[in-house]
Design a protein around this ligand. Structure first.
Ligand SMILES: NC(=O)c1ccc[n+]([C@@H]2O[C@H](COP(=O)([O-])OP(=O)(O)OC[C@H]3O[C@@H](n4cnc5c(N)ncnc54)[C@H](O)[C@@H]3O)[C@@H](O)[C@H]2O)c1
Length: 435
């Protein structure tokens, strides 16, 4: 039995709170691909295939042909930011893409002008800007966001919307009383409860409007009982959090390999230099703490020190990010990994990843919005754990531990796609080839 999936007709509006480096590299990239000025490298929805049936069946369609995903030509973009720069200006400031390319995309990017943001400097301490909603309570601001969505949809003649948080990392916070039920949360909105972060207001407004929501940053945002229940009740698919790109992506490639061979690990020291605005925001200890939590959680879950105390119980894991403007978006991430083998003999692995943060993140934004839209058209609701593949801190149902191993995550994602289409799941057992 396959799921009934409504067709991807009409335009799909992609709304991004935060029109900085990641959001503009994503938008510019889609426009560039549409004009044949570049290829969507790094995007599973655009380049990936999926095997169906037996290895001998030779059925390996492209994912985008196997499922009714929205096409790039159907996407329209919008967003909110505390700065007034349009997407062309913001992309130029971010200095990720070459000016020659941006000039060619200027007509379409200049049209994307940020709507006024819901912002609170207590949540992002290093930046401030003029393009913000100032009137009323947080409840009024949530209403204003819903109005923004309605008028964006009407102006752009969009059939459906998806929202993805590409805003700065907010300070670390734990769920408190106001986050526990929708009733408490809505009361909190009405009386400007200081524990409600701006990103939560966007998530609430999206869910209330029936718009799927993803969180690309490590903020708590919609990972609170009030909004998890709200999303399920409103039948809205959601996912998060924190795009798995540079160093953590490397970590989730290597750690499963070490564990697969029962090699021990006594230390993993990770440090980064980063010079974009994200790096500047992360200089604030509160914002860094949000990032550190998602970055540190990965190894514990993959290596399972409780199951393998001899190999991993004394693992020392440290992650640092240093703001270093000369590098801009071109981050450098170093890892020193102290491992040990047979009879405890020590060895070392060194990684020096000279990456480009937003170049790695942009295809993830594309895949996430297309898959969330698909999930909604297929009637899937609440946390979409099959999209864990894209996140450092995957959201799960309460009480379930997140799966961080990227290969398990990919298998889960592809099996979910097969399941949606009523195809056999692939277990890799393969006994039938030898019967
Ligand atoms: N690039 C990556 O590889 C990567 C990986 C994981 C997570 N992230 C996260 O993605 C987010 C975006 O990264 P970036 O490099 O584009 O950062 P950026 O600083 O270039 O852009 C963030 C934008 O968000 C805006 N903003 C902040 N608060 C806002 C609010 N309340 N409403 C609307 N706009 C708001 C800022 O003004 C800024 O323009 C960050 O939180 C970052 O930590 C990025």
């Amino acid at each position: 039995m396959s799921l009934k999936i409504n067709p991807a007709k009409g335009k799909l509006g992609i709304l991004m709170p935060g029109m900085g480096a990641v959001a503009t590299t994503f938008m510019a990239g889609v426009e560039a691909v549409k004009k044949d000025l570049g290829a969507p490298v790094g995007s599973l929805t655009q380049l990936g295939t999926i095997r169906l049936g037996k290895r001998t069946d030779n059925r390996v369609p492209y994912i985008k042909d196997f499922l009714p995903l929205a096409s790039l030509n159907q996407l329209v973009f919008g967003g909110w930011d505390i700065f007034e720069d349009n997407a062309y200006e913001a992309a130029a400031n971010a200095r990720v893409l070459k000016p020659e390319l941006l000039t060619k995309l200027k007509p379409s990017l200049s049209k994307v002008k940020p709507m006024k943001a819901v912002f609170d400097k207590n949540y992002v301490k290093r930046i401030d800007g003029p393009n913000v909603k100032t009137k009323g309570t947080l409840a009024d601001k949530a209403e204003a966001l819903m109005d923004d969505m309605k008028s964006f949809k009407a102006t752009n003649k969009a059939d459906r919307l998806v929202m993805i948080w590409c805003g700065s990392t907010e300070v670390f916070q734990k769920a408190s009383k106001v986050h526990q039920t929708l009733e408490a949360f809505e009361k909190g909105l009405a009386k400007n409860d200081p524990s409600i972060a701006p990103s939560m207001v966007y998530a609430y407004a999206a869910i209330k409007s029936g718009v799927p929501f993803a969180n690309g940053a490590p903020n708590l945002t919609h990972d609170i009982p009030a909004l998890l229940d709200f999303a399920r009740d409103r039948e809205v698919p959601i996912c998060g959090k924190d795009f798995k790109t540079g160093q953590t992506y490397m970590k989730t490639l290597i750690a499963p390999g070490l564990k697969a061979r029962m090699l021990g690990c006594s230390g993993w020291f990770s440090t980064n230099i980063l010079g974009n605005r994200d790096g500047e925001v992360l200089e604030d200890p509160g914002s860094f703490k949000s990032k550190e939590e998602t970055k540190l959680s990965v190894l514990d879950q993959i290596l399972q020190p409780n199951l393998y105390p001899d190999l991993y119980k004394d693992l020392f894991h440290s992650v640092k990010i240093n703001y270093y403007p000369p590098r801009g978006d071109e981050k450098e991430g170093w890892d020193n990994i102290d491992i040990f083998g047979w009879l405890g003999y020590p060895m070392q692995i060194k990684i020096d990843f000279l990456c480009r943060d937003s170049i790695l993140a942009a295809p993830l934004v594309l895949d996430l919005v297309l898959f969330l839209d698909l999930a909604q058209r297929a009637g899937m609701k609440g946390v979409q754990e099959w999209l864990s593949f894209y996140f450092k801190g995957p959201m799960t149902a309460p009480g379930l531990y997140p799966e961080h191993d990227i290969f398990i995550q990919l298998m889960k994602l592809k099996n979910t796609l097969r399941w949606m289409r009523g195809e056999d799941l692939i277990t890799h057992l393969g006994q039938e080839y030898y019967d």
